[in-house]
Design a protein around this ligand. Sequence first.
Ligand code: COA
Length: 325
Amino acid sequence: MDIKIKGTGSAVPKLRVTNDDLSRLMDTSDEWIRTRTGIEARHLAVEETTTGLAVEAAGQALENAGLKPEELDIIIAASVTADKLLPNLSCEVQSALGASNAVAFDINAACSGFLFALNTARMYLAGGNYRNALVIGAETLSKIMDWTDRRTCVLFGDGAGAAVVTAEESSAEKGGIISMLQGSDGARGMVLNCNNRPVNNPFVKNDASLSYVFMNGQEVYKFAVKTVPEAIREVVEQSGFSMDEIDWFILHQANLRIIESVAKRLHQPMEKFPTNLQECGNISAASVPILLDSVNKRGMIKKGDKIVLAGFGAGLTWGATVLVW
Ligand code: COA
């Protein structure tokens, strides 16, 4: 069975907020944000919702794949900022699309979420009972940011990306997802967390006010520049390709310095690492599928291109895959 990405889609909110806009709200500057992260702007939800962005991205991915919603067998959405606890984001997307034949569930693996969801879809499809999956990464992170904490809120944005993944009879040439790995290290979870569901009932006294994302930036940075190259090396080795044969590295868009460091450690040119963090910031689970859609729609990827997708983030979690387009 070849498990292939057949279509992609993405959506970001209308409101574009530049670094200069933020510097009018808090003690920061375009120079600080750009030199440390590469980020120049981000899109933030005003009228948009996580579900609405996910539905928009999903609709585009279906159209791009030439599939009708009723043909979907599975919908897996990765998010840490679904609009509701119940029902889940995937069921909301299912309902909006009219994908009545799909089973729908969510995954929370933070910024690695799309990779975790893609691997889950891949295993469902490889099992042989399902044919078409919709994999989504969607976030409105702006609602869990502390907008008085300049160390974190300037880094993140809102948006959604989606991919339609299908199972086909194996072809003679290697095609689709070739190798995949996932990793987790819960022991280091406190370096990036959002503790906003405390126990709350008539028998406990607590401050049940919401808390926001906390990040130890330097620890996250060290984790990323060590773990991501290691994961990519391992997944590329599993694929049987050499590193130099990989045409594109589509990485989670957290920080340009992290991406440059990964490129350097893998001895690969930055031209193979497309980026959109300049315009989007870090959109957690949505980063990788939004960037994939952008390079797909711009016609940058050719049939047969070898692509690495890699994500990393809270948990800590990380995931990577090698696929042939
Ligand atoms: N604007 C201006 N100054 C800021 C600022 C901002 N937005 N945020 C922090 N600063 C200040 C700090 O207060 C500190 O000042 P001080 O020395 O007077 O205390 C100074 O800048 C340096 O802060 P520091 O946190 O040491 O900066 P850094 O060089 O580590 O860069 C990050 C911070 C967040 C850019 C960097 O650690 C990083 O990118 N980490 C990875 C984060 C990430 O990718 N997270 C998502 C993973 S999914």
